[in-house]
Structure formats: C-alpha cells, structure tokens
Ligand binder design. Structure first.
Ligand code: ADP
Ligand code: ZN
Ligand code: ZN
Length: 742
C-alpha cells in the first residue's frame, strides 16, 4: 500500500511512502501521518493512495495520528483545487481547511485527560491549605484539560490525584464538551407561512435540491432581497429540506454579523422539536478547545448544520445538501493571507463537486455575482418588498457644502441631523450614527511650517486619539505620544491643527450638544474585552443609550426596533478610496446602514451627509435602486475592463530596497509577457507603486493582470512564481480575484 503525502513544511510537492501492514487499516485519504524526510521526522497529510509509484525504494510511514481522517476526501480535493487556483502550495491550502486545534491534536481526542470539580459524596476528607487553593481554582473552572490545569496552578499530577482521592475532583478520559452558547435559553420556533415572493424563491430552490431542474440550469442562486424581505426564513426552510433529505447544510455569515442573535434564529428552529440536530458554530473568537469540540460534533454527524465565518466553508459535512452565503458581497469572505481564497467562490466550487445547492443572499449583491446572473451562470431570485410590510426608510441627503459658515467652518453634524437627534431624544427613540473611521482626527498638522505627523514605517499620516493623547498608525499599529507643539526643531509652534474627523470626535461633539443624553461609542477602541460588544448592545437594547456612534461594526445585521433615525456622518469617506470598487462599496454601505432604521413599529429616517451629494452611488442608494446602480456601474467597468467584465490578478512585490524592488518588478513583468502567447487577452499594467506605497517599513509595488481565462492564468503564474529567481529581500504575493487594491 502506498500513500501520497503533503508535508507540513510547505513544499510544493507531494511524496510517496510505503504504508506498513500495521497501519494499513488506519490510513485513508486525509489521515495525518508522521514520515521520515531526510534526517528529520515531519508531519503530513495523506492526499492520495496511488496503486503504484514512479519512485523505487519508498520509505515507510512512521506513524498515524488519531483514528480516521480529519477532512472528507471531497474537501481534500477542494483544497487541492484551491492550491492550484489561488497559486499556493497544497499544504498552505490545507492549513485553512483544517483548524490548528484539530491539526495539532497529537494524542487523539479520547486520550486527553480532563480534571473536573465534583461534589463530594458524604463528608469530604480534610484538605491541606495547598489542596484547598487548588480546589478553589478548579471549582471556578468546573472542568478543563489536566495539562492546562497543571500549568495554570504550577502543580503536579500527584497533587491533583490527591484531590481525587479526597473526593472533590475527578480525572477522566471522557469527552466533556464545551458549548460556548450553553447558558443561553432559546425558545423554539415553527416555520412561518411564506409570502408570495418567498414562495416563488423557495420553489426554485427546492426543485434544484430535488435535482428536478438542476441538470439543465445552475445550482447557484442569488437571492436578491431588500433588508427585511425575509431571506432568513427562506434559508431556514431550505435547510429544513436538506435535513429531510438526510443531508447537512453550511451557513456562512460575515464574522461581524455572527452574533448570538443570528445563531439563535437557527438554533431555535432546529435544535429542539422534530429535528434535534446540534448547530455547530465556527468563528475566530472560539477558544481552541471550543473549536475542537465544534469540529468533532460535525465530524461525528451530531451537528448537521454549521454556522460560521469564512473557514466554515470547509466544515466536514457529508453528505452536503446546501450552502448559504449570507451577505455574499462582504469583503471579509476573502482571506487576506495565503491561501487568499474567497469563501463565496469556494462555496460555489464545493457545491458543484458535491452536487449541493448554493444560495447567495444579499440586499446589495456584488457586481460579480449579479453579472453572473445576467450571464446565466447563476439564477436570480428577487424579493423586492419587506416581509413585515414596513416601508423602506426615507433617505435624505444633506449637502454639507452649504452647511459651512464663515466663523465656524464645517460642522460635524448638520443642523437638520442635529434637530432630528434632538427630536428622537425627546420622544425616547434611538439614533445610530455611523462613521467608518476611529480615533479623534485623521491627521495632526502644523499650519506654521506644514509638518504632518506621518508613520515612520508607512506612507500614511497617523491618527490622533485624544482620550489617551497618542498618535497611532492604523496600518502597522505604531503608537507614540502626541506632541504638545510642532516637533520640527526650527518651528516648535503650539498652533497644532487636527484635521479629519473620527468617531471619538463625533462622540465629544454629541456630548457637548446633548449633555443629558446617553451617548455611547462602539469601535475597536472601545471594545477591549470579549464581553464589551455584548454589554454595549444589551445597554442599547434596554434603552440606556440614546445615541450609538460607531464604525462599520454597527452597520451589520443588527436589529433594534426602537431605532428610528440613522445618520451617516461622512458618506464621501469610502468614495475617495483609491479602488475601482469605491462606488460599489459606498452604495453597499449606505444601503446597509439605511437598513438599520425603522425595523420596529415606527417608520425610520436616514440622513446622509456628503460633500458630493449628486454622486451616483449616493443617489441610487437614496432611491433604493440597485438595478439602476448596477447598470450605471457596469458602464464604467466595461470601459475600463475592470471586473466583472474581466478577471483580475494582482502581484505585489515587497522589499526594503526600492531600487531593487523596481528592477525585480520589471524583470518579473518581462517573464510574464511570455504568457501572452498562450493567453491572448492578457492585459498587464505596472510595476508601479501601490496606493499604500510603504507599509511596515516595506516598499510596495504592484503588477496588475487582467484576462477572461483566470484558471489558465493562475496555473501559469504559479509556475512562474516558482521558477523565477528574484533577488534576496524581495517578496512576491500573488492575489487572484483581489478585493482590496491597496
Ligand atoms: P432579511 O434576512 O431579508 O433581512 P428577515 O428574515 O430578518 O429579513 O425578516 C424580516 C422580518 O420579517 C422578521 O421579523 C421576520 O420574522 C419577518 N418575516 C419573514 N418572513 C415572514 C413571513 N412569511 N410572514 C411573516 N413574517 C415574516
Ligand atoms: Zn511646525
Ligand atoms: Zn505604520
């Protein structure tokens, strides 16, 4: 028996090994094995079981970790496809497919020892002072891996054994599951009767799930439904159908929207009553132990529904009936480190391979996805009206140019928005204000000599944080005291100016204007601890906060019936990004934010403050006109041949020596030129300095590639990447279908 293995030390090759008799019943595709490699012993994953090898004299495998495979063979094939398409080694792709906590499980699940606090039966024997201490710690934790406990308390196993014989602790090998949502009480829900729009959508999805039409048409649906149109109910009933077919489902949600509220809607439908299936939750805030447990619930088939962020697309659900990608336009589905995959696109590929159905849901679909429905690749389902019969909020655009006055300059809040907030406070209704920039001011300047405080490592100015009197770089995190006067030696002026506004400044302004109101800021600066997020939202829900000001984290998926006013402080911020998707992003953002208003009994108002009030992205968002925006934006994409009219790959070169970098870029480009013979429509631009020219002390140059045949291009790029020698100190990053241009 021969096993083909990829090694953990990311080599772009696979190696064949002999499987000795004793391991043969434990080695399958996806098994983790220990193998000799030169003088070393390394870990690897079995990726194939070939009948024969082209190499003579194979070395034997040294050991197998755990029992059975951690990935399904289908997901392993998917990892292989990812490696090819996104130009990375298979091993790198596997690192995303298998979470760290599952990979590093050396002993296998069952062998791990746990220590648990128990109530003594009868009167416990007397404990020494040290034992009392340990017991107190254990009582607090209730149960945890023995090794962790020993490390935490600096004690030995012998001491813990004494606790056990005293009857207050139990050391066991049994599986004790950690459920991060264990303490929440969830009220079960029944399916709602669908309205006409939902029914039409549901019928199409069910037919595809029953393979009635799937053979002829696509198995990928775009569910384009406005906020509140009842997309979630369609998801729930489609999942129900998958369960009835004996299959499982994966629900992808952007990390930021993966709130307990969201998870609850799924658990409430399926965790009690008829279906009794566990709902596993995967996201980056789980502890390693929790992640490990969730993974095993899925692998053992006890959880047939998985909700999670990006990497949940690899969950070992088998057989798989359905993948839902909610808010499919969200950029967080793209991983910004290798493997640079897009979870939405991987979902589509995975579903194709496993004959599952995909529902991509959004109120503001990405240009790519909508384009795919126009081309007939995906099928379009429309739900243009709200299920709850509420009207869409009224959106007012305020021209900030006319708000400026001679004495005071431009105010942060226009008069109209100020008055609207005042009214809500008086009526006991709530307001959400939105600005996608934290800190107090976006730059510190000296008007006397022209000095601007820039980051020493990056080509951007530092943000001023007034609370702690510091300047911070939002790219590399560089942090220093804000000087009281201009640091230029010949100047030393005290007339420092702070330009550009951030959430901190809006908060201060609000506190001045409405001294009696409850005002709270929510951005990553005010959320230091895991619980802070929940705390603020609970206070908001209980009405203890009148005005909530925050960055994009308050724009997503939150549902507060008492919010009747939403204000966007500075809509132009995202419009001025050096990115061809700036307009699209602004449109999406405004629509999402506006969707937060009027979700309760009272109608909602939305105020958008802008210096370019007639920009198409703002005007179409104001009229809730997605199609209008799409058509106008497509004109621009066609003219410039930007995606979705073509596909894009971006090569970024990074290095400390700018001259060397430029030369490497030019050389690399000349090598790539040769691909033109094969890919006729290949367009090349650069090398030129990236919009973010310098970051973390590295210069950055970019080469941009466009073509219609991306899988062909990415295959050739991987070859070139491997065979082209660039000088030492120059790194290249290949990003296929990039979503961020910086
Ligand atoms: P979306 O996910 O599209 O933003 P939701 O699923 O949150 O919309 O639905 C908005 C509201 O409408 C929810 O309160 C939901 O319970 C309700 N709703 C959805 N479908 C129906 C239906 N068929 N009948 C009655 N209420 C519905
Ligand atoms: Zn100065
Ligand atoms: Zn920096």
């Amino acid at each position: 028996m021969i096993a083909r293995v990829t090694l953990e030390i990311a080599l772009r090759k696979e190696f064949d090994y002999l499987v000795p008799e004793e391991f043969q019943d434990r080695v399958e595709i996806g098994s983790r094995v220990k193998v000799p490699f030169g003088p070393r012993k390394v870990m690897g994953v079995v990726t194939g079981l070939p009948a024969q090898s082209e190499h003579a004299k194979l070395k034997p495998i040294l050991g197998v970790v755990g029992k059975g495979s951690f990935v399904t063979p289908k997901v392993l094939e998917l990892a292989r496809w990812m490696a090819g398409y996104y130009c990375c080694p298979v091993e790198t792709a596997l690192k995303s497919v298998l979470p760290v906590s599952v990979r590093k499980e050396k002993e296998g699940w069952k062998k791990q020892l746990y220590v648990r606090s128990i109530e003594p039966v009868g009167s416990p024997s007397k404990l020494t002072k040290r034992q009392e201490e340990l017991n107190a710690v254990l009582r607090e934790w209730k149960e945890l891996p023995l090794q962790e406990f020993l490390k935490m308390t600096q004690s030995t196993q012998a001491t813990v054994k004494k606790l056990e014989s005293a009857g207050v602790a139990l050391i066991s090998r049994e599986v004790i599951e950690r459920d991060p949502y264990a303490h929440e009480h969830i009220v079960p829900t029944e399916p709602l009767e669908l309205n006409q729009e939902q029914k039409t959508s549901m019928d199409a999805v069910l037919k595809a799930m029953n393979y009635e039409e799937a053979a002829k048409q696509s198995n990928v649906f775009l569910l384009h439904g406005v906020t509140g149109s009842g997309k979630t109910e369609v998801y729930l009933q489609a999942i129900q159908h998958a369960l009835e077919q004996g299959k499982g489902a994966i629900v992808l949600v952007p990390e930021i929207s993966l709130t307990p509220q969201t998870v609850e809607r799924f658990k409430a439908r399926f965790s009690s009553g008829k279906y009794q299936t566990l709902v596993a939750v995967l996201h980056s805030h789980l502890s390693e132990g929790e992640r490990h447990d969730e993974w095993h619930k899925i692998k053992e088939g006890r959880a047939r529904i998985v909700i999670g962020a990006r990497s949940a697309v690899f969950a070992p659900i088998d057989p798989l009936g359905l993948i839902i990608v909610d808010e499919e336009h969200e950029h967080s589905y793209k991983q910004e480190e290798a493997p640079r995959y897009h979870a939405r696109d991987v979902a589509v590929v995975r579903a194709q391979r496993e004959k599952a159905v995909v529902i991509l849901g959004s109120a503001t679909p990405s240009m790519e996805t909508y384009y795919n429905t126009q081309k007939g690749k995906y099928r379009l389902l429309e739900m243009p009206t709200r299920a709850d019969n509420k009207t869409m909020p009224w959106v007012r655009v305020i021209d900030m140019r006319s708000e400026a006055s001679k004495e005071k300059g431009i105010p942060i809040l226009s008069q109209q928005l100020r008055e609207a907030i005042q009214q809500r406070i008086e009526k006991g209704e709530q307001t959400m204000l939105f600005l996608n920039r934290r800190g107090y001011a976006s730059s510190m300047q000296c008007p006397t000599c022209g000095y601007v405080a820039g980051c020493p490592n990056c080509s951007i100015s530092m943000t001023y944080h007034r609370r702690d009197q510091r300047l911070r770089c939002h790219i590399c995190g560089h942090d220093q005291r804000a000087p009281k006067c201009c640091p230029v030696e010949t100047c030393r002026s005290y007339e420092i100016r702070y330009a550009g506004i951030g959430t901190e400044k809006v908060e201060d302004t609000l506190k001045l204007l409405f001294p009696k109101a409850g005002i709270q800021r929510m951005d990553s600066d005010t959320l230091k601890k895991k619980e802070d997020y929940k705390k603020i939202l609970t206070a908001f829900r209980l009405g203890k906060i009148d005005v909530l000001i925050g960055t994009q984290m308050i724009a997503k998926g939150l549902h507060f019936p008492n919010v009747t006013l939403v204000g966007i402080i500075y809509a132009d911020l995202s419009l001025h990004m050096p990115d061809f998707r700036a307009g699209e992003r602004t449109f999406q953002l405004l629509t999402q934010v506006a969707g937060r208003a009027g979700r309760g009994e009272v109608e909602g108002d939305v105020f958008v403050q802008s210096f370019t009030p007639f920009h198409a992205a703002i005007q179409y968002a104001r009229r809730h006109d997605y199609l209008g925006f799409y058509e106008q934006e497509m004109e621009f994409r066609k003219d410039t041949e930007y995606p979705p009219t073509s596909r894009m790959a971006m090569i970024t070169l990074k290095g400390k020596n700018e001259e060397k970098l430029k030369m490497s870029g030019t050389h690399l480009k000349s090598v790539i030129e040769a691909i033109r013979e094969e890919i006729k429509d290949l367009a090349l631009a650069g090398p030129s300095p990236a919009p973010l020219e310098r970051a973390e002390n590295f210069f950055r140059y970019q080469i941009m590639l466009k073509t219609k045949s991306m899988s062909q291009l990415s295959r050739r790029l991987a070859d070139i990447h491997q065979s082209t020698k660039l000088p030492e100190g120059v790194q290249t990053i290949i990003d296929i279908d990039p979503v961020s241009m910086h």
